[in-house]
Design a binder for this molecule. Structure first.
Ligand code: ARG
Length: 470
């Protein structure tokens, strides 16, 4: 067999760090097909952070000398500076960010760079990088969600006296405060943040030291690595550690729920800004026009948030499907996790940010809202509850009020048009004080239990949120 001379640690003509056992170079189609560099280069800072901790752990285990460690740390600092400045010389053989960084390190500091990967595999390395990155992004997203909550609360405070029709089945149901409606989304976002925090606790576990799948041959102090990287715990099973992507799935599930909430808010903004509702005006800077119809002002931002929701759900289902048939432990399929996770994080982050800004500039059409609560028999339930206070069982009160509404519909009248005499033709329990209950203010004020839309309640909740989110 003819032997070619190749630099130590590198295979024949391929430049691959793993090429020792190969005789042929990687097909160019395969190089392109298997490369994850375009996606995972965003992990570079975390990859280097992990490598620094790994080098220090190897030094502590006396696998690396102090000089070797120092050389590696210096080299890694140079690599990071190159990457930070966009001056890192990528080559097509760099299969992923981990290989690119190790290759460059060795170019810079010589063969001692080849000692960094002692006792480590890209399998535990990528598991670590993913957790470091996700931990950071989950934290950032929690802050972003808080800013969106603050925008909602700002509008709630500014319009805490404005009533609107509350809907069920998109039919006018009962009056509520506009602020109460906005605060509903603040509650949703708070649960979303709770789910992100919850995902964070299970993400925050340190997998390095699991090797390729079986563990490490070196006496590495994994707790020390974890401490350097700020992880409270280490993974307890090496097979699980390199094949587990639960934290990515959990994050995608939490992200899907956030998008679902943002999508519902967006749908309402689209509806409310339509000519049919006219409840709000979106700021011009957040709308677009039509290339043909000069009068148009389109709510593209909430539409796109609504539209992008499908992408995020898709990533969740995509990753679950990728994972479902995999035998333990690492399989290259797992490389598909990053595109899903990164795109979902980007999409949700951008959606949260743009809605937070849009909402700050939302103009509320007080006149249209005031008109809308005056029609649609929003106060029928109040009338039924009035009869209950006069001793009628609710079911009968409901039936009587139903007949009143039918009569109004047929006579094209509203409840407010009725006199006490009119009411008494339906039930002699109606007395002079009946008309006083058929007001929006009264209807709001009576919803005074915890969670109700009474102005006092809503004002108190606004104050609670402002204090909690400060
Ligand atoms: N780029 C790979 C990934 O993202 C890194 C791990 C590769 N490991 C391997 N044995 N091929 O999953």
């Amino acid at each position: 067999m003819k032997k070619k001379r190749v630099p130590s640690g590198v295979g024949p003509q391929t430049g691959k760090l793993w090429a020792g056992r190969f005789t042929e170079r990687t097909h160019e189609l395969v190089e392109a097909f298997t490369s994850s560099l375009a996606v995972d280069r965003r992990l570079y800072a975390h990859d280097i952070e992990g490598s620094i901790a790994h080098a220090k752990t190897l030094e502590r285990a006396r696998v690396l000398s102090r000089r070797e460690t120092a050389a590696i740390l210096r080299g890694l600092a140079t690599v990071r500076a190159e990457l930070d400045k966009g001056r890192f010389p990528f080559v097509p053989q760099d299969e992923d960010i981990h290989m690119a960084i190790e290759r460059r390190l060795t170019e810079l500091i010589g063969s001692v760079g080849g000692k960094l990967h002692t006792g480590r595999s890209r399998n535990d390395q990528v598991a670590l990088d993913l957790r470091l990155y996700l931990r950071q992004e989950l934290g950032r997203l929690i802050e972003r969600a808080t800013r969106l909550q603050q925008s909602l609360i700002g509008q709630a405070r500014a319009h805490r006296d404005v009533a609107m029709p509350g809907y069920t089945h998109l039919q006018r149901a009962q009056p509520v405060l506009f602020a109460h409606h906005l605060l509903a989304y603040v509650e949703m976002l708070e649960r979303d943040k709770g789910r992100l925090r919850d995902a964070l606790t299970r993400t925050n576990v340190m997998p390095l030291g699991s090797g390729a799948l079986a563990g490490s041959n070196y006496p590495v102090d994994r707790a020390y690595t974890a401490k350097l990287l700020g992880f409270p715990r280490v993974t307890e099973n090496s097979l699980d550690a390199v094949s587990d992507r639960d934290c990515a799935v959990e994050a995608l599930a939490a992200l899907s729920l956030i998008m679902m909430h943002l999508s519902r808010l967006s749908e309402e903004l689209v509806l409310w800004s339509s000519q049919e509702f006219r409840f709000v005006d979106l700021p011009d800077g957040f709308c677009t026009g039509s290339s043909m119809m000069p009068q148009k002002k389109n709510p593209d931002v909430p539409e796109l948030v609504r539209g992008k929701t499908g992408r995020v759900y898709g990533h969740l289902l995509g990753l679950l499907t990728t994972l479902k048939g995999l035998p333990l432990s690492y399989n290259r399929d797992l490389q598909e996790d990053k595109e899903a996770l990164f795109d979902a994080l980007d999409t949700v982050s951008a959606s949260v940010d743009v809605l937070a800004e849009l909402l700050k500039g939302l103009m509320v059409n007080r006149k249209a809202l005031a008109e809308s609560v005056e029609s649609g028999y929003l106060l029928a339930t109040e009338l039924a509850d009035y009869l209950v206070t006069k001793g009628l069982p609710f079911r009968q009160a409901h039936a009587v009020t139903g007949r009143i509404v039918r009569a109004c519909v047929e006579g094209d009248r509203d409840l407010r048009d009725l006199t006490v005499a009119d009411l008494r033709t339906f039930s002699d329990r109606f007395q002079k004080d009946a008309l006083a209950v058929i007001t929006v203010d009264g209807a709001l004020r009576r919803k005074a239990q915890v969670g109700g839309t009474a102005p006092q309640r809503v004002a108190a909740r606004i104050r609670e949120w402002e204090r909690a989110l400060r």
